[in-house]
Design a protein around this ligand. Structure first.
Ligand SMILES: Nc1ncnc2c1ncn2[C@@H]1O[C@H](COP(=O)(O)OP(=O)(O)OP(=O)(O)O)[C@@H](O)[C@H]1O
Ligand SMILES: [Mg+2]
Length: 292
């Protein structure tokens, strides 16, 4: 396969602890994580609260330094980046966060938010700026005439997240790292933003790292899944395999905690339970994957 866009090797991130003798050991929020993200693929990261997903995302985005391990962008280690390399990286790998209100500047109108980014990266001239803003807004399903003069507080949560996505798309990224991008939105709006991410991804060959609690969303759009537990990757593989036929007890319990809407997965899990029944007495451990 081609060189990954982004790779992480043996990433560790520790917090706290005391260095001197007898002090508490630092806590590893991320522990020995390896991953690759390829062009145009969607990699989902799942795991319970506190399992290290956001900490890992911040390291992948270059917003936090790992305690140990390396991150490579197109085969080049970020520690060896020059400032020009960082500028390229910051364009190519864009974040989308959970709470769009706090990721937008409350004092900037939609138009200024987008023109600021376009100008800083020299992606529009005075002559093309208007048209570029219009097409960015159209690409996230917003009418420019209606929205360009609004401040964030004049937008709904879904509209704010659309602007945050437009801002990320403005620099024509290769990879978006989205940390729970749907969690702060109403259910009906979640579906719309998810559709938007899927269609942008399909039309621009965009890679996506999607952190989500929602296994139905993960199942709907990801190619591969990584399951994290206490900072470690406990299971990884193609989405159908990991969600349809999990090999790890923790993954099974994550799945069991969700009401599974997808008939494919529900069927696979019923089969797993039937197989477990056929192969011997039922114990709590082989029922962990059972539909609720
Ligand atoms: N700056 C920090 N200082 C100390 N501990 C931290 C810091 N950031 C994260 N942690 C700890 O690291 C662990 C992983 O946190 P992280 O936010 O990465 O989890 P998460 O998987 O994103 O959880 P959630 O699903 O709730 O967002 C947690 O135990 C958290 O308390
Ligand atoms: Mg988090």
């Amino acid at each position: 396969m081609s060189v990954p866009i982004l790779s992480a090797r043996a990433i560790v991130k520790s917090f706290g602890g005391r260095r001197w003798f007898g002090g508490a050991a630092p806590k590893r929020a991320v522990d020995a994580v390896d991953l690759d993200v390829h062009e145009g693929e969607t990699l989902a990261i799942v795991g319970e609260s506190g399992s290290g997903k956001s900490t890992l995302a911040r390291i992948l985005l270059g917003l936090a330094r790992p305690t140990a391990g390396t991150v490579e962008y197109q085969g080049q280690r970020v520690e060896s980046f020059t400032s020009a390399d960082w500028a390229t990286f910051r364009k190519a790998v864009q974040p989308v966060f959970q709470d769009p209100a706090s990721s937008l500047n409350p004092r900037m109108r939609v138009e200024s938010t987008l023109s600021h980014v376009l100008r800083r990266h020299k992606l529009a001239t005075r002559d093309t700026l208007d048209a570029e803003i219009g097409s960015l807004l159209a690409s996230v399903g917003l009418d420019a005439a209606q929205f360009r003069d609004r401040y964030p507080h004049q937008l709904s949560g879904g509209q704010q997240q659309r602007i945050a996505i437009a801002r990320a798309m403005a620099v024509r990224p290769r990879l978006i790292i989205a940390d729970e991008p749907l969690s702060s939105l109403d259910m009906s709006v979640q579906a719309q933003i998810l559709d938007l991410l899927v269609s942008l991804k399909a039309t621009r060959n965009l890679g996506l790292v999607l952190i989500s609690h929602d296994l139905n969303v993960v199942d709907a759009i990801s190619d591969r899944v990584i399951v994290m537990y206490l900072g470690r990757i406990v299971e990884a593989g193609p989405t159908r395999q990991v969600l349809g036929n999990p090999s790890n007890d923790y993954t099974r319990s994550l799945l069991a905690a969700k009401l599974v809407a997808d008939p494919h997965i529900a069927r696979a899990r019923r089969r797993a339970v039937d197989d477990a029944r056929a192969s011997g007495p039922i114990s709590p451990s082989n029922l962990q994957g059972a539909p609720q």
